[in-house]
Design a protein around this ligand. Structure first.
Ligand code: BMX
Length: 284
């Protein structure tokens, strides 16, 4: 068996940036910083590499998972409410320069997490769909052992005829939960809303239920499109206490053959880092 490689994994979401040293599925060390969400990604990446300067020389390759789409090593946002950066930022080239290595692979964050959950987590060995309900809604699809790339799995970008200018995630995700809460609790974060819901506050329970209802509907439609063995749910909202139970309850009463099997992500917030590390290791 080939000796294990240590991979530097970066997972840049709409809310936080996570840097991790990963060997196989083991996360050896992590560091976190908030994502600035606008401005020049070169500066944020520079700050991140400064914060992990002491890791230099300890990794064999780098994997970068980002919110948004990566085409030819260039990074573009799809939903600027989640991340407002210029189109086609040279992600792979910038990271290669900062890390001092050409062994760099970049991919979408949710697709990377889908691979992590497939290879080491809750979806092992089966056709599966991963959904992250977080700042936005991302997803990834693994069929016949292959992770689909490009736009595949970008469920948060679904549109409806009723509101064609708004994406699905604009009515479900963490951004939406916080916006809806503003009139009830000034400055509330999505986390505050879940705490208020657990505390029995009806306005907060209504927001959580509305979000879970949309997620449940999305899962039902995914089941009809792809018939995966399971749909693995992660993300700060997806894994918030009570959320998955609400989604499952909304599936009760569906004909059993149509009902999705919804399970919680096993790797938690490190799914993206573990997944991109494995992809980077296989690529090089
Ligand atoms: C958005 C989109 C996806 C991403 C998903 C979850 C952007 C910037 N991002 O749908 O690429 O996978 O959000 O991202 O258009 P997160 O930031 O919530 O983890």
């Amino acid at each position: 068996m080939a000796p294990s490689q240590t991979i530097l994994a970066l997972d840049i979401g709409g809310t936080k940036m996570l840097a991790a040293m990963v060997r196989d599925a083991a996360v050896l060390e992590t560091r976190r910083m908030p994502t600035p969400r606008s401005g020049d990604p070169r500066q944020w990446l520079g700050a991140l590499f400064e914060a992990i300067g002491d890791w230099k020389g300890r990794y064999d390759a780098v994997g970068v998972a980002v919110t948004g789409i990566v085409d030819d090593g260039r990074w573009s946002p799809l939903n600027r409410r989640t991340l407002d950066i210029p189109d086609r930022f040279p992600l792979v080239a910038t990271v290669a320069e900062l890390a001092g290595t050409d062994r760099v692979l970049a991919a979408n964050d949710a697709q990377a997490a889908a691979w992590g959950e497939y290879a080491f987590g809750a979806g092992q060995g089966h056709d599966m769909v991963f959904l992250t309900i977080s700042t936005g809604i991302g997803g990834g699809i693994v069929v016949n052992g292959r992770l689909l790339g490009g736009l595949a799995g970008h469920f948060g970008q679904f549109r409806s005829l009723i509101e064609p200018d708004r994406t699905l995630e604009d009515g479900v995700s963490g951004n939406w939960v916080a916006t809806e809460a503003a009139s009830h609790l000034k400055g509330a974060t999505a986390r505050d809303v879940f705490a208020a819901a657990a505390d029995g506050q009806s306005w907060a329970q209504a927001i959580v239920t509305a979000s879970a209802r949309q997620t449940a509907l999305l899962c039902s439609n995914i089941q009809l499109a792809l018939d995966p063995a399971c749909i693995v749910i992660g993300g700060g909202i997806g894994l918030a206490p009570g959320y998955l139970e609400s989604v499952r309850q909304m599936h009760e009463g569906q004909p059993p053959r149509l009902a999705p099997r919804v399970v919680a992500a096993a790797l938690g917030e490190t799914a993206g880092a573990v997944g991109i590390a494995d992809l980077a290791k296989r690529q090089n």
